[in-house]
Design a binder for this molecule. Structure first.
Ligand code: PMP
Length: 440
């Protein structure tokens, strides 16, 4: 297999022209790390407007899990587009919406029968989840995690805390969200050894219960099974069982945000399945519909029993997005989730080999195809080396590898789950050269 072909300087002439137009009219809030102007995509490959080829480690930020522009998904969309584009699924009926709700039920990460509310994005799924928990419990408070990311609308933003820029000047938000530390074994709180991180977080949770958040007032805990934007941080194995045990004592719901970690990304359909606990409510988006705007709040049927009209929207369950999601789930179930586990193992081992060559790679972490390398200045201090991380992303791009940052100093690898060993080998070769070049 050949390495990606870069034919022009980057950005090329056509890309430059589009980027200049973009700079005049698009919101200044957007943060593009690399000057990639996409023209077409296929499987794990991206082609820009100047004919350059790139290997994708982003999946359009965790979305195209079954491969970019998957022909089976495209075919289903084409067929649906000829029939009807929209007919508010909250006010009327159509089959794709029910079929998709049945498909989601088949893959639910809890035993009880489930129910589904459809949305159009991750943040909107989170809004539905937190509203549902409050509605069902009639309790005012929530607990979220430092470093968590759940979206940018005011409700989900009240939980989001992966970067301060996301919150600065936007207060007041929902005031009833209390944040506690996420169990990070690589950078544990000062004075806490990695083996005791779960103990620390559970102690902190109970301190919250005893002080600012009486547990009988807490509706739910909202948590990512693996923190995404916060830096691909995997909690220790004992964390979720211990957390669930505490929540069950007080009838507090566990909402897991699987927007980035779900839909096969980690080698199981949902990342929470790695940790042996059942959530009560799940937020889903990104990988569910291969790029069509679609999200869902999936909950136990005993939880999602709100009254008619208590929550609703216009576009949720859109038929074109629904047929894309139905095919996406079929594809995930027919081997891609297993492939994510298998190739993920190969990939992480190759990253660990790379780590042996560069002590600036402080940590290699992740599960399945949700992987990251974390750059440090000093491997003992584990201090964040974002300058180097940013340089490596640029160097990799020049060589045809598209990567994104996560957290303060990590590069994330979230490629389509169709990835093969040969692609990993190319990615590692380019990363090796890019780190060398970035170090100068
Ligand atoms: N939750 C998580 C875990 C996410 O990673 C994201 C997006 N990065 C969101 C919610 C928000 O999704 P969206 O951008 O579709 O609103």
């Amino acid at each position: 297999m050949n390495r990606p072909q870069i034919k022009t300087e980057l950005p090329g002439p056509k890309a430059k022209e589009i980027i200049e137009r973009d700079a005049k009219v698009m919101s200044t809030s957007l943060s593009r790390d690399v000057p990639l102007v996409v023209e077409r995509t296929q499987d794990v490959w991206i082609y820009d407007v100047d004919g350059n080829e790139f290997l994708d480690m982003t999946s359009g930020v965790g979305v195209t899990n079954v491969g970019h522009t998957n022909p089976q998904v495209v075919e289903a969309i084409k067929n649906q587009v000829e029939k009807f584009l929209h007919f508010a699924g909250t006010d009327f009926y159509y089959e794709p919406q029910v079929t998709l709700a049945e498909s989601l039920n088949d893959i639910r990460p809890f035993k009880e029968q489930g129910r589904v509310f459809f949305t159009n994005s991750g943040t909107e799924s989170v809004e539905a989840c937190i509203k549902l928990a409050r509605y069902k419990t009639r309790r005012p408070l929530y607990i979220g995690f430092l470093g968590g990311f759940h979206g940018r609308t005011m409700g989900s933003l009240s939980f989001t805390s992966s970067k301060v820029i996301q919150r600065r000047y936007f207060s007041p938000m929902m005031p009833q969200v209390v944040h506690i530390p996420f169990p990070d074994t690589y950078r544990p709180p000062e004075g806490v050894v990695p083996e005791k991180v779960t103990d620390f977080v559970i102690w902190y949770l109970n301190r919250m219960f005893e002080t600012v958040a009486p547990p009988e007032d807490v509706a739910a805990v909202l948590v990512e099974p693996i923190q995404g934007e916060g830096g691909y941080i995997v909690p220790p194995k004992d964390f979720f069982p211990r957390l669930k045990q505490e929540l069950d004592k007080h009838g507090i719901y566990l909402i897991v945000d699987e927007v980035q970690s779900g839909m096969g990304r980690t080698g199981k359909m949902f990342a929470i399945e790695h940790f042996g606990v059942e959530p009560d409510i799940v937020s889903i988006a990104k990988g569910i519909a291969s790029g069509m705007p679609m999200g869902a709040c999936l909950a136990k049927e005993s939880v999602m029993d709100w009254e008619e009209s208590a929550h609703s929207n216009t576009y949720g369950g859109n038929p074109v997005a629904a047929v894309a999601a139905i095919e996406t789930i079929k594809l995930l179930k027919s081997g891609l989730v297993e492939n994510a586990a298998k190739i993920g193992d190969y990939f992480i081992n190759q990253l660990r080999e790379l780590q042996k060559k560069y002590e600036v790679i402080g940590d290699v972490r992740g599960i399945g195809l949700m992987l990251a390398i974390d750059f440090v200045k000093d491997p003992v201090k584990r201090d964040y080396n974002y300058e180097l991380r940013n340089k490596v992303i640029q160097e990799a791009f020049k060589r045809g590898l598209v990567c994104l940052a996560a957290g303060k100093s990590a590069i994330r690898f979230a490629p389509p789950l169709t990835l093969k060993e040969e692609h990993v080998d190319i990615a590692i070769e380019i990363l090796d050269e890019s780190i060398k070049a970035a170090l100068g």
